[in-house]
Design a protein around this ligand. Structure first.
Ligand code: UN1
Length: 498
């Protein structure tokens, strides 16, 4: 029996008037559950519920909001194995990473819960006597969260955890490839005890639900993670509505390998960074920029290492890399492999769809490495799959120039044992994140996560305390207890003799 889910609106799972769609295991083709394509009216209902819950939720103290969030973290902890398996069966990342996705939920909900007892503002001295000045965070209102399939629990948790602790009810619209993960997350939030209307889930199409959320007059922030084209559309629509947006868009993240790098360490990092999650992370190490002195050796090692990766069903503990997430993803990645061939890039290994046995049931692509010229499309465009582009650099400056030549700027990395290169890379790489002697993936929740250039035009950062910036505004408060009119700038001048 395939479970049929409804929509979660105003504290209840509800039947939908909309048509239904299936969610499938990308490794086996098995149908896991069905979900509704929410209608415009249902969207209106969810936004209305979130708006209705705002007054009460904002007045619930932040420590109390944190307690409920901590309870959600506890439930996640208890169900980690079960939910990790849901991530792996619905999205296709290997089981260790499926568990990691859930761990990231636990980590962030715990962290955000603690923020409920901090959420620091500032006190600032006044220029006038008997007057106090301070800043406090205020929740913006009900918000819309639009999330991708690659971290199907972690990203909804980053956004929902920050919104909830800030005091903002939300409507979540997950990717149609991973609605089950989102439904499981919402079930936990419901069990943890959030009041009706604070948590709402709508599944459905980008055109009805996604666009509908962005345009809805009651939603005061849209937080979106996904591709640049959709991000641009969200940005434009939100600008017309004059609301705040958080955008977390693509990446073409470089690892720079200097000639003094520890090659063993480098190779371990590249395999994890490029082929972890089958390359389907915004942070994936999709470019390896190698100093010319070690280039031939690195290319040699890469082929050997990539060919050793065990590709298969991600639920099997021994599998190193699972399938890509959908037929569309598979098509897109294979098209890029074709583009590489046509543009004359040198295929070092992989470059094909895997066939036979278990491979015939899912979307399996061989770990692929191309040697690429810096002006070619494979060197510049995000592929979002297990395809690594290797580029040759003359020296450090050339490597940084190549690294910075793309329109994205999420994550970046350098492998070197020379402090000078490490510190210069920290300064010169145009990216929201720089790693030294580690690949471009693996961000921790207590630090800001986000990018520059077309990755992050809104300059918002998820995770860390910066996550609150998306869902709060700063209020400045002046308390004058002098008992008389005091005029800033005017009486001040008298006092200081200015
Ligand atoms: C993403 O790919 O959008 O740093 C998020 C990482 C993960 C999060 C990635 N912790 O790779």
């Amino acid at each position: 029996m395939v479970q049929e889910y409804g929509l979660f609106i105003d504290g209840k799972w509800r039947k939908s008037e909309g048509k239904r769609f299936e969610t499938r295991n990308p490794a086996t083709g098995e149908v896991l559950a069905t979900f509704p394509l929410a209608t415009k009216d249902e969207l209106g209902g969810a936004a209305h519920a979130a708006k209705g819950a705002f007054e009460k939720w904002r007045k619930t103290t932040a420590p109390r909001r944190g307690e409920i969030l901590l309870e959600a973290a506890r439930i996640f902890r208890r169900k980690k194995e079960e939910l990790g398996r849901v991530v792996t069966t619905e999205m296709g990342k290997v089981i260790a990473e499926g568990r990691g996705d859930v761990q990231e939920v636990i980590d962030f909900y715990e962290y955000a819960a603690g923020e409920g007892r901090r959420m620091f503002g500032e006190t600032v001295p006044s220029e006038l006597p008997n007057k106090m000045c301070l800043t406090v965070r205020m929740p913006v209102g009900p918000v819309g969260l639009i999330t991708p399939w690659n971290f199907p629990m972690a990203i909804p948790a980053w956004k929902s955890g920050a919104a909830l602790i800030a005091g903002c009810p939300f409507v979540l619209k997950p990717s149609s490839l991973t609605p089950l993960c989102a439904a499981k997350l919402v079930e936990v939030l419901d069990e943890a005890g959030f009041p009706p209307g604070v948590v709402n889930l709508l599944t459905g199409s980008g055109s009805v639900v996604g666009d509908g959320l962005v345009a809805h007059p009651d939603l005061r922030v849209i937080s979106f993670t996904g591709g640049v084209d959709t991000g641009r559309h969200v940005y434009e629509t939100a600008a017309k509505k004059m609301i705040k947006v958080g955008l977390e868009l693509g990446g073409k993240n470089p690892i720079i390998a200097m000639d003094d790098a520890n090659l063993e360490l480098l190779m371990d990092g590249v395999m994890f960074g490029a082929f972890g999650t089958a390359g389907q992370r915004c942070t994936a190490s999709s470019r390896l920029i190698v100093h010319q002195k070690i280039y031939d050796q690195v290319v040699d090692d890469l082929a050997k290492r990539a060919e050793k990766l065990r590709v298969g069903n991600p639920i099997d503990e021994k599998t190193d890399m699972g399938p890509v997430a959908s037929a569309d993803q598979e098509k897109k990645v294979l098209e890029y492999i074709e583009i590489g061939r046509k543009e004359g890039d040198t295929l070092i290994t992989g470059g094909k769809k895997l066939a036979g046995g278990v491979y015939d049931k899912g979307f399996f692509i061989a770990p692929t490495v191309f040697a690429v010229d810096r002006r070619k499309r494979l060197a510049l465009e995000e592929i979002f799959g297990p395809v690594l582009s290797v580029l040759k650099a003359k020296d450090f400056d050339d490597a940084v120039a190549i690294a910075n030549s793309v329109k994205y700027g999420l994550s970046s990395s350098i492998y070197t044992n020379d402090l000078r290169w490490a510190f210069r890379a920290m300064q010169e790489l145009e990216a929201g994140i720089t790693y030294v002697n580690a690949p471009t993936i693996g961000a921790e929740v207590q630090l800001p996560f986000g990018g520059v250039k077309e990755t992050g035009p809104t300059d918002t950062r998820e995770a860390g305390t910066t996550a609150l910036d998306e869902f709060t505004y700063w209020k400045t408060i002046y308390v004058d207890y002098s008992g008389r009119l005091q005029r800033a700038q005017i009486d001040t001048a008298k006092l200081t003799g200015g």
